[in-house]
Design a protein around this ligand. Structure first.
Ligand code: PPE
Length: 313
């Protein structure tokens, strides 16, 4: 269960954790009108540092724009600084940072354009997403009977609260059937993504991942993996993946801020590869966690130190 921290940032000032409440008639409650981010702050040899802060801020602003929130009220720089400040104020080391932009209380009805925009940023300690052993051992998952949203229904490129109603159906069904997670197909029947993770499939030394047109969130960890794969000279194909490709893969793994890089050892009770973490997932994990633990240089400037005195652009 969630352990509260002291403060939450709200519209430019800090309030107590327990005061960060919304009115039940806020637009977001009835209509799901929120966009948000999930960001990890890691404990590094140089103190706490936020991973890929700029990219998360950018996606938050993009998600808002898709839903016609053209002005969050804070610049990218201000939002980034606020996220660092939340970690500082709460004296956190490793934690998960969650900014939420929502349509608040005021008007009634579906059209939320007149409702005020509320911005909150919270942080708390969050451990391993798919279980302690998952990163080394791999997880058992299924293909969901639920599809990801059709492209012209809910936009998958926006990280919107409403999309997570679909994610909940995928996740709850998987858990009810004894799996850790579900993989959703898109409405064309091609592999899309997990309820909260992007997916990668390895066969014959080549990495395959669904393109953005397959109803996936443009994951920032996905992007990190594409960058690391290029640096390691591992070929990557972004193309539609038929479901059966999952079963005959040498390796399959998830990526996400929360899930990091999590190998999949079985899908629908079919063993994937050797039934444990494969060499490519392991190599990518080594590089990814190497940047965080300082054993690899931060070549691409992914880490923003929380306690540095320089403002973030
Ligand atoms: N797809 C979905 C649907 C998704 O929710 C996430 C993040 C990803 C892909 C991976 O994106 P990225 O984190 O930028 O690499 N899911 C978040 C967890 C959701 C939850 O609140 O639970 C996360 O990983 O933080």
């Amino acid at each position: 269960m969630l352990t509260p921290t002291e403060k939450i940032w709200h519209n430019g000032r800090f309030i107590r954790w327990e005061d960060a409440t919304v009115h039940v008639l806020s637009h977001v409650v009835s209509y799901g009108s929120s966009v948000f981010e999930g960001i990890r702050c890691y404990s590094t040899p140089h103190g706490p540092a936020i991973l890929r802060l700029r990219e998360h801020v950018r996606r938050l602003i993009d998600s808002a724009k898709i839903y016609r929130i053209e002005n969050i009220g804070f610049s990218a720089g201000q939002l980034a600084e606020a996220m660092l400040e939340v970690v500082r104020v709460n004296k956190m080391d490793a934690c998960y940072v969650k900014p939420i932009v929502m349509r608040g209380y005021g008007d009634v009805g579906v059209n939320g354009l007149k409702n005020p925009i509320e911005v909150y940023i919270a942080c708390w300690e969050w451990g391993k997403y798919l279980g302690e052993e998952a990163l080394a051992e791999g997880v058992d998952v299924c293909v969901s009977s639920w599809n990801r949203m059709a492209p012209n229904t809910l936009p998958a490129m926006a990280k919107a609260g409403a999309n997570y109603m679909n994610s909940q159906l995928i996740k709850m069904e998987a858990v009810a059937n004894g799996y850790v997670e579900g993989i959703a197909l898109d409405t064309g029947g091609y592999v899309s993504e997990g309820s909260g993770e992007n997916i990668f499939v390895v066969r014959d030394g080549r990495i395959h991942t669904p393109p953005l047109g397959a109803s996936v969130l443009p994951g920032i960890t996905r992007d990190s993996i594409l960058t690391l794969a290029a640096e390691l000279a591992i070929p990557v194909v972004e193309a539609l993946i038929p479901r059966e490709m999952l079963y005959i893969a040498d390796e399959v793994f998830f990526s996400g801020t929360a899930a990091e890089i999590t190998p999949i050892r079985s899908i629908d009770r079919i063993t994937i590869g050797k039934g444990r973490r494969g060499p490519i997932a392991e190599k990518l994990q080594k590089e990814f966690f190497g940047v965080i633990n300082g054993s690899r240089p931060d070549r691409n400037g992914w880490l923003t130190p929380v306690h540095a005195a320089v403002p973030v652009k």
